[in-house]
Design a protein around this ligand. Sequence first.
Ligand code: ADP
Ligand code: GLC
Length: 476
Amino acid sequence: MRVAFLSPEAIPYSKTGGLGDVAGALPKALRRTGAVDVALFTPLYESTDRRLLDALVFESLEIPWRATIHQARVWYSEAGGVPTFLLDAPTYFARPGIYGYSDDHERFAFFCRATLALLRLLGQAPDIVHGNDWTCGFAMVELAKLRARDPFFARTRTLFSIHNLAYQGAFGVENLSALDFSDAESIGLFRQNGAASALKAGIMSADWLSTVSRRYALEIQTPELGYGLDWLLRARRERLVGITNGIDYEVWNPATDPMIAARYSADDPSGKVECKADLLRRFGLPVDLSRPVVATISRLVAQKGYDLIREAAWAMLEAGACFIALGAGAREYEEFLQSLRDSAPDRVGVYIGYAGEALAHQIEAGADIFLMPSLYEPCGLNQMYSMRYGTVPVVRATGGLDDTVEQFDRVRRTGTGFKFGPYRAEAMLESLYEAFYCYGEPEVWRTVQLNGMRQNNSWEATAWRYSELYHTAQRS
Ligand code: ADP
Ligand code: GLC
């Protein structure tokens, strides 16, 4: 089974959020099954560490583009444990950020076109082209069209994974012709609410669809979380599968993690307290180990439940907790965090910005409670990192958070965290108070921690599910 895995971001080359983690880890796990021969295709950004590149494999890949031939270089690397081809096209990708430019639709349409040209040059058509999120929607459309007239791709099937339905890659319909999607059929595929949507076109065109948790696969078929595409997802539900993400057990392992102050495990969790002291020091907070440390790491956007955090922050501090937040995003939330820290400098630690991996690991290891009150959450990875690090998640029961965290039951001593349903600050506080109460009983707390640490959320089982899906798609 030969798979071309396309992603706009992938660890260790680039990352803005969970997709970067998934695209770094899933292909590696697929390869380890021994059943899938996978290669990763991703752009080379200004921020990509050049030391990761092994060789320049194509000096001038020729890409038919905007009525001419555009040339790009292609680098090869196995630094992430998987054969990876990085598209070096400075016009589009030598910029400080990964997304957020007015020509994003053009940049990623180009990435898709170039990847198909590269696949042809590599000589063996993949059985599956697996695209991720709206940026890869263009490849789904092109392959559906190409297959009919191009014997090279005749047997290739497509899988399109939705990591976040809210990001639809919308742009003006008038731009479609410059991207070579000017025929009426293509326009129909892209058209959504008066604009063109690369996500919608991908959902229309791919042979199979997947999303990153079982519950989210159901939620996106409802008007509430369907972002205007629920009708389409309902129409294609026979081809839509929810596969809950795993996490990279090599990278996120407190027993071997070189980035944290002390190593620990479920068998010997004693090192965690050293990590907590280290974390408090890093954020300039008094090293008072008795208080529960509540932490959050996320993009600062409404999706992540920051409105609830803002509303409940003082109540949480009054209940005795310390609060540590790492994140970057919307100005209103950044300002809220800064002013909270200024008002309670002994209890609140804030890092605004994208910090890279080390600080995220140190927070996961040093905190007691990880707060994730998301409005919606396709999967979420930090709650799984938290459980692995003995940091108890308090989450809203939505999407992948609901699939991966089990409510703690004090009587039966089962469960891995605390969950609440309604999107309301009081509901979140109730769960936090319950967590604080359990934290006050060390033996009970140890049970919740260990229940989480003993969960198996590795990619191994999940990779097999993708492998099966590839086979199903190939037969379809
Ligand atoms: P999403 O993809 O919606 O942002 P996930 O929970 O799937 O949410 O993944 C977020 C990933 O990004 C995690 O690995 C998290 O540690 C990381 N992350 C988010 N914000 C930051 C930040 N400001 N600095 C460092 N890492 C961050
Ligand atoms: C998206 C989602 C997040 C998910 C990640 C990886 O960014 O917001 O919930 O974990 O993709 O699939």
